[in-house]
Design a binder for this molecule. Sequence first.
Ligand code: NAP
Length: 253
Amino acid sequence: MDIVIIGSGNVAAVLGRKFKAAGHTILQVYSRNASAASKLAYEWDTDSTNYTSLIIKNADVYLIAVADDAIDRVANELRLPGMVVAHTAASVPKEVLKRVTAHYGVFYPLQSLRKEMAVLPDVPIFFDGSDELARKKLAALAHSISDENVIEAGDEARLKLHVAAVVVSNFVNHLYSLAEEYCRKEGIEFKQLLPLIAETASRVKEISPEQSQTGPALRHDSETIQKHLELLKNHPQLKNIYVLLTESIQQAK
Ligand SMILES: NC(=O)c1ccc[n+]([C@@H]2O[C@H](COP(=O)([O-])OP(=O)(O)OC[C@H]3O[C@@H](n4cnc5c(N)ncnc54)[C@H](OP(=O)(O)O)[C@@H]3O)[C@@H](O)[C@H]2O)c1
């Protein structure tokens, strides 16, 4: 397919690379950030622009991969009648694109994507479309980069998924970040925790997280918990989260 990518951030870069690897043509990259757009265009041997009026009008699919709050603003400047146009946000309704075309939809990659990724990850795609044409094209594009994991999902289902995704990815990563800072300040090495992180993450493929839980909170090891809280006096942000999560684990039983 011929694709125009609107945006030049993480999702634009990773999906664009996956499209190229699957044999599609990126016709053009548009971004308000001219230098980021031309960098991606150079990588994909294609054109770029930072003027919405210069966006090419004959692509099979237009993918809007800009910040959630910017989708409405970008849509305001786009008129692509007859074209298939989708955004990549989980939590933004597809109707935001109604004024752009009759064939609009969503192409949501349920994965944590970063421009700097050396290896392209597996990316499950949750798609939605306003009509048969949009659904058909977006489904075909999704299958071309993610054979096993292509699921049709409406606005409500995507919003629900996004909440769960924030918890398992963004929140867990924030805990890693706090733990890394704690390790640095206490003179221990965060990397010594990597086998534990890998084991905990891989275990949820086999058994439910509820069954997989271990640790002092679950065992009600009060003396150990008190020693930890004493040590965490110098780390108030982490201490608050430790208390909150200890209570949550004990209430979950
Ligand atoms: N990253 C992920 O893991 C992920 C996964 C699934 C879905 N998504 C969704 O994909 C979309 C893009 O996310 P991202 O991670 O690629 O974001 P990002 O890396 O921060 O890139 C955002 C892009 O939006 C542009 N932008 C921001 N504000 C704008 C505005 N007011 N007008 C025009 N362009 C604007 C930015 O341009 P500048 O460079 O000029 O700021 C940049 O090109 C979001 O809807 C997000 O929810 C992200």
